[in-house]
Design a protein around this ligand. Structure first.
Ligand code: GH3
Ligand code: MG
Length: 457
């Protein structure tokens, strides 16, 4: 899908010029002639990025940007200010309004396309995360947009990679006014430091004496631990080609030397704000994924997870000609525990039982709460003899030691019954294996409980 760019300019000729250049690069372009139109188009979520003229009658670009960025529904759309103003003070004003970047008129084609590509790529990635996180909003988790609008971007953890004292002696105190800064003067150690340090931002000087700063940026982009950490490059004047290369590699933003104090702080805050927002989205996605596959009471996997994963495990076992064992476990007379001591006591027993299961099995075994007081353990590469031993050990681990309930005030005896089965032939449907385990469990109950029964082959 090609990204859609909104070009906002009160002078039609300017808008048409940008439109033509972007269309030539296969972007989809829409235009707006003033701030109000632009806000409407954004509210209808019609675009992935905005190129915003600063000087417009009625509402200027700063105001449009400020409104977009303070609205949770539009704040994640990247805004690039297109301006004839090019003093650091103007740039800072735009950054304070929340702009993601600047292009100075007349706009160079290469820079235009590089910036638009890099920002739309970032937007697409964030959209994907937002979509996945929607499920987690539905189950009542915090909405990151709300926090993002209030986020100051201060108090970040920054790693500055710079080996020239004349440069870092100025930058470190400056950044320290708002953030925690670690300085790395040995570029060859910087990657390790970046991966270990849990940073919100890397600032890399491209004018290192002994090392190619771009190499470091590219390595940071390919390493798992640093892939999502934003990078701001500090470039020497007249190093446009290297800068463009940097943007292609995945550098998020840059400043030219001599570095303007306020612009540096503003750009750093923007990156840190964005970083915190995407991290929160990522956490939400991760969390909702875990909720979807985990049983809340015991922390074991749930039935949904078992059913999707069991198929994979059995196919793997069939393909490799390895055995696979399944045990189904059920607490004996659990209903009477509930009836005698209350539902909370029942829950305590379930939690403790889950813990004892975990302690009795290997890391590669899969333990799930199948429903109610019924549990399933799947053991890859395990034959019926070994599985019987494990089941017997588990039965013993329950029966031999009473369970604490009522916050430890009372101890009760608990027993379980276990039915066991194994994959009998290649390609056998896993449902059949589960069914045999269930039948074996029924026999264990029928034969007097507190015992293990293996299904007949
Ligand atoms: P058997 O030895 O034949 O397995 O008898 P049982 O009492 O264990 O079996 P039954 O199926 O009659 O009762 C299971 C009970 O488990 C009924 C249900 O209320 C209770 N139960 C199911 N889920 C939970 C839960 O999450 N917490 C608690 N406390 N009880 C639960
Ligand atoms: Mg039971």
């Amino acid at each position: 899908m090609s990204a859609r760019i909104l070009v906002v300019d009160d002078i039609p000729a300017n808008a048409r010029l940008l439109e033509a250049r972007l269309t030539a690069e296969y972007f989809d372009v829409i235009t707006a002639a003033n701030g109000a139109e632009a806000l409407e188009a954004c509210a209808r979520s019609e675009c992935d990025l905005i190129l915003l003229d600063v000087m417009m009658p009625d509402m200027d670009g700063f105001e449009v940007c400020r409104r977009l960025k303070s609205n949770p529904a539009t704040h994640f759309i990247p805004v690039v200010m297109v301006t004839a103003l090019d003093s650091p003070a103007d740039r800072v004003r735009g950054l304070e309004a929340g702009a993601d970047d600047f292009l100075t008129k007349p706009v160079s084609d290469v820079v235009l396309i590089a910036r638009v590509r890099s920002l739309t790529r970032l937007k697409m990635m964030t959209d994907e995360l937002r979509m996945r996180a929607i499920t987690s909003y539905e189950i009542g988790m915090q909405q990151p947009e709300r926090d993002a609008v209030a986020e100051t971007g201060k108090g970040g953890r920054i790693l500055l990679v710079d080996d020239r004292p004349s440069s870092y002696e100025r930058l470190v105190p400056l950044l320290t006014t708002e953030h925690h800064v670690d300085l790395e003067t040995r570029p060859e150690d910087a990657l390790f430091q970046a991966a270990e340090g849990n940073y919100d931002l890397l600032i890399v000087s491209l004018g290192l004496e002994q090392y190619d700063g771009l190499r470091l940026c590219s390595q940071a982009r390919s390493l798992d631990r640093t892939r999502h950490v934003p990078i701001v490059a500090i470039a020497e004047a007249d190093s446009n080609a290297r800068l463009l290369r940097g943007l292609e590699i995945g550098v998020n933003d840059y400043l030219m030397r001599p570095v303007d104090k306020n612009e540096l702080l503003a750009r750093v805050r923007t990156q840190i704000r964005r970083r915190r927002y995407t991290e929160q989205l990522r956490d939400n996605v991760q969390h909702s994924f875990e909720m979807a596959v985990t049983d809340a009471l015991t922390g074991l996997h749930n039935r949904r997870y078992l059913e999707s994963h069991l198929k994979t495990l059995s196919e793997q076992a069939s393909a490799r000609g390895k055995p696979l064992a399944v045990m189904m476990l059920d607490i004996d007379f659990f209903k009477s525990i509930n009836d005698t001591y209350g539902h909370d006591a029942g829950d305590d027993v379930l939690r403790e039982f889950a813990m004892r299961i975990r302690r009795s099995i290997r890391g590669i075994d899969l333990a799930c709460r199948f429903g109610g007081e019924e549990f399933v353990v799947v053991m890859p590469e395990t034959n019926v003899q070994v599985a019987s031993m494990v089941a017997e050990r588990l039965r013993g681990a329950v029966a031999s030691e009473p369970f604490a309930i009522e916050k430890g005030a009372r101890q009760i005896d608990v027993t379980i019954s276990i039915g066991l089965s194994t994959l009998e032939r290649k390609g056998e449907p896993i449902a059949d294996v589960l069914k045999r385990a269930d039948t074996a469990l029924y026999r264990a109950k029928h034969d007097g409980r507190n015992r293990v029964v293996a299904a007949a082959a």
